[in-house]
Design a protein around this ligand. Structure first.
Ligand code: DOR
Ligand code: ZN
Length: 338
């Protein structure tokens, strides 16, 4: 049987939640990926080093610490100060995550004015201390234009903090790729869902809440451009799943939660997609090498994951101690399995 071996997969954008949900979802990443960037938008956001250390301990207590490295992040608030940043640096935290206030799940404590004096001061410290700045870049405008409307802020940061490595998270709009190419200090992550689906998959044939995420899926043209960047393993783009579990009940209520739980299917789905486009030979670079280069990763568990070219039927639901979570493409069959 045909097999495919991937070394040291890296997920550079991941939501693990906490407590019982963490317990339920962590194995899907920790068994497969060498390292993952763990997002800080918990109910109580990870706004300081003490919280990050606790959270890291919680994660490591639920997996084999020698085989999975959680890369912790700090949630930026307007009051984040130099002392706290120095603490964070000492504790090995390398990434600061900026959420515009109210832009997405768990961002109520985020930053109201991105280019305020306070936030610019945080960027200055971040640059001086060598942090990576990760941003959920969306305005509060018309939903399909939110990422595009945010681009001038990236441009401002890129120009004014040329040594501050800045990540446009989960690219959803083709125009963002142009921005990444224009500035040497701008980088990006790409999700499986944004390279494989468009707005039609959310509302083209009935409403599909399991494909609802932020930033919202865009046009086929956007999807195609982003897919090409992934298939070509664009040098400034790393894989970041943005796997974001919500209970089935939370997805199906009137205020349908934004987030796609992709962790259980990532490698089989990417192998299937890359094979369909005759680009399997670039998957290793996309899934691992770009992250290692772009985030300067030197110390991570070595992992070798072998996939087989045999059908994998995605489970209809995944049970966690809290209740059911529906994985992306539940019930569908992929060409590759773990
Ligand atoms: O769809 C999303 N879900 N986008 C985000 O930015 C956050 C995430 C979540 O935490 O559920
Ligand atoms: Zn996210």
């Amino acid at each position: 049987m045909q097999t495919l071996t991937l070394l040291n997969p890296m997920d550079m954008h991941l939501h693990l939640r906490e407590g019982a949900m963490l317990e339920g979802v962590l194995p899907y990443t920790a068994q497969i990926f060498s390292a993952a960037v763990v997002m800080p938008n918990l109910t109580t956001p990870i706004t300081n080093t003490a919280l990050a250390k606790d959270y890291q301990k919680q994660i490591l207590s639920l997996c084999a610490p020698s085989s999975f490295k959680p890369l912790m992040t700090l949630f930026i608030t307007e009051s984040l100060n130099l002392q706290e940043l120095q603490e964070a640096k000492k504790a090995g935290i390398k990434i600061l995550k900026l959420y515009p206030k109210g832009a997405t799940t768990g961002s109520e404590g985020g930053v109201k004015e991105i280019l305020s004096d306070n936030t610019l001061q945080v960027f200055q410290y971040a640059q001086d201390l060598g942090f990576i700045l990760s941003i959920h870049g969306e305005s509060n405008g018309f939903s399909l234009e939110r990422e595009y409307e945010f681009l001038p802020i990236f441009e401002h940061i890129a120009q004014n903090f040329p040594k501050l490595q800045t990540i446009i998270e989960h690219l959803s709009d083709a125009r963002s790729l142009d921005m990444v190419e224009k500035y040497p200090n701008l980088y990006a992550t790409l999700t499986l869902h944004h390279i494989s689906m468009s707005l039609d998959d959310v509302l083209g044939k009935g409403l599909n809440p399991h494909h609802f995420c932020k930033p919202i899926l865009k046009t086929k043209k956007d999807q195609q451009a982003l897919l090409q960047a992934a298939l070509n393993a664009h040098p400034k783009v790393s894989f970041g799943s943005d796997s974001a579990p919500h209970l089935e009940s939370a997805k199906l209520t009137a205020n349908g939660a934004a987030g796609i739980f992709a962790a259980p299917i990532l490698l089989p789905a990417l192998a299937t997609l890359f094979e369909e486009h005759n680009a399997l030979e670039n998957l290793q670079t996309f899934i691992s090498q770009r992250a290692i280069e772009n985030y300067h990763l030197t110390d991570f568990p070595q992992k070798s994951i072998t996939l087989s070219r045999k059908p994998f039927v995605i489970p209809e639901r995944i049970m966690t101690p809290l209740g059911a979570v529906i994985p992306l493409w539940a019930g569908k069959t992929l060409n590759w399995s773990l």
